[in-house]
Each structure stands twice: as structure tokens, then as C-alpha cells.
Design a protein around this ligand. Structure first.
Ligand code: TMP
Length: 221
């Protein structure tokens, strides 16, 4: 067992994960806990190169299996270089996306199914499981609407080039959303589902509540 604590944030694109993870990092710091903030894909020099390859909207020729393999290549590097060393030294690791994203996006969205994702997770990630996963899922219709708006902005050439997944059609986002629900129902002890159209403050409150409970269980802080 590691001394540290491993927390992941999950959700659809535009779910506010990045804002929330930064607020949570500040909250943990205020409570005197040393925190490492990272994201997937990316978070290491090798991972940043993999991220660029994966998210470049011009890289449209990537096959679903290649995409899944690259996500795991990125993750293997992050585990070796960032996550395990931090956990071993007793830090709190906050990771913006982890294997649940691969299950939701490649398993669900790309229809590869959960089995290959879970099998690769065992093989490549040594089945490393987060202590807690905070899953931010707004209602489906508003999140589809936000994706449509983002696509329009990207079409108008204002948006960033990191948009290959955001450009996917509604059916893809719907499958991702459904797979996330499936994961939450399968692993209720690990995954805290924060659902609905909540304010940023309300989501933060729910997150802090779940994290405080975990810290208490682990007798940290
Ligand atoms: P981000 O913008 O939240 O950093 O995520 C980048 C995109 O990569 C997002 O659209 C989700 C996608 N993704 C996958 O498809 N599979 C994965 O395993 C991960 C980690 C991300």
C-alpha cells in the first residue's frame, strides 16, 4: 500500500473539471497537504507529445485501437514518472482523467467495449485504482448543447486546435455519457457521481465533502 492518496476527476468535455481540480488543490494546500496536480493525456514530456498526437484535429486517421493504445502508453509513463513516486512519498495526487476516460471514450464512444480497456489497465497500469474518483456529469442535453456551441466556435476558427474529440458527433458523446454512468453504477464505493446543472460553488462543496470523508477514513490531515 502507498502512503499517498490518489484522486481522479472525470467527466465530459466542458464539465468544469479543470476549474474544480484547481479549487480542490487550493483546498488541500490550505489543509497542509502536499498535492501533485497532473492530467491525462499529458503531464510528462513524453505524455505531452502523445497528447499532441492524439488531440490534433488534423490527426483524423488514428484508428480506435491505436487511440486506446496511445492513451495507455501515456498513462504508463505518467504512472512511472509522476503518480507512483508521488504516492510513494505520501503526497495527494490529483489527476485530471485516468482509465475511466479510456473506458468511457474508447470503450463507450469508440465502441471498443469495457473488456479490452480493463484488461489493458491490469496489464499496463498494474490495476492501479484511485482511492476516489469524482465524476462530474451534467445532464446530457445541456452538455450536448455546449459541445455543439464549441464545435461552432471551432468551425469559426476561434477555438484551439485541441479539438479532435470535441468535434465528435452527438451519438459519440451520448455513448461516453452512458458509459460513465455504467462505471459509476458498477463501482459506487470508488466513484462519487456529481450530477445535474449545479453551480461551480455547489460542485466544489460536494467535492470537498467527499474528499474530507476520504481523508478522515485514511486519518490524514
Ligand atoms: P481534456 O481536455 O479533459 O484534457 O481531455 C482531452 C480529451 O481526451 C478529452 O476529449 C477526452 C479524451 N480522452 C480519451 O478519449 N481517452 C482517455 O483515456 C483520456 C485520458 C482522454
Amino acid at each position: 500500500m502507498f502512503k499517498g492518496i490518489f484522486i481522479t476527476l472525470e467527466g465530459l468535455d466542458g464539465s468544469g473539471k479543470t476549474t474544480q481540480i484547481k479549487r480542490l488543490a487550493k483546498w488541500l494546500a490550505l489543509h497542509g497537504l502536499e498535492t501533485v496536480l497532473t492530467r491525462q493525456p499529458g503531464g510528462t514530456p513524453t505524455g505531452d507529445r502523445i497528447r499532441a498526437l492524439l488531440l490534433d484535429s488534423r490527426g483524423t486517421g488514428i484508428a480506435p485501437m491505436t487511440e486506446m493504445a496511445l492513451m495507455f502508453a501515456d498513462r504508463a509513463q505518467a504512472i512511472a514518472e509522476v503518480i507512483l513516486p508521488a504516492l510513494e512519498s505520501g503526497k495527494v495526487v490529483l489527476c485530471d482523467r485516468f482509465t475511466d476516460s479510456t473506458e468511457a471514450y474508447q470503450g463507450g464512444g469508440r465502441e471498443l467495449g469495457s473488456e479490452p480497456v480493463l484488461a489493458l489497465h491490469k496489464l499496463i497500469c498494474g490495476n492501479l485504482q484511485p482511492d476516489l474518483t469524482l465524476l462530474l456529469l451534467t445532464d446530457l442535453e445541456p452538455s450536448l448543447e455546449r459541445a455543439r456551441n464549441r464545435n461552432q466556435r471551432i468551425d469559426e476558427n476561434i477555438g484551439p486546435d485541441e479539438n479532435r474529440f470535441e468535434l465528435e458527433q452527438e451519438a459519440f458523446h451520448r455513448r461516453v455519457w452512458e458509459k460513465y454512468h455504467e462505471i459509476a453504477a458498477r463501482e459506487p464505493n470508488r466513484v462519487i457521481l456529481i450530477e445535474g446543472e449545479l453551480s461551480i460553488d455547489k460542485v466544489h462543496e460536494r467535492i470537498v465533502e467527499a474528499v474530507a470523508k476520504l481523508l478522515k477514513e485514511k486519518q490524514v490531515g
